[in-house]
Design a protein around this ligand. Sequence first.
Ligand SMILES: [Cu+2]
Length: 147
Amino acid sequence: MNRFAAAALLALATTAPAFAEGTPAPAEARVYFVNLEDGASVQSPVLVQFGLSGMGVAPAGTERDNTGHHHLLVNRAPFGEGDGDADMKLYGVAADDNHLHFGGGQTETTLELPAGTHTLQLVLGDLNHAPHDPVVQSEQITITVTE
Ligand SMILES: [Cu+2]
């Protein structure tokens, strides 16, 4: 790191609120659904493909700049609006039925979902499963699973 970058980081560290001190991500980094769009009607099992640009996918625990692994948020509030999201920014994304981790570096999954509407959102996590700063997250999409 050159001294200009060090000075910039120091400035960030002294002015940013605690919850914003995550692993840095490039401003242009973007996660998105490759094969699903908002409003899609699909049948279960549902293939979900994760896209990432401006950063690289790496397994959890990998300490390398500008990398992360995918988390798929299912049927919960958009990230940043849910209870406990501030804690997740600090300590890592929860691991439960609504927060699926792909710490092996996977870029797709298949979900068994009952008929009805479901929301999906991608949130990238760093080596410790915590979202980056700024958070690299997709739009939340709603899909309808038909019988
Ligand atoms: Cu994770």
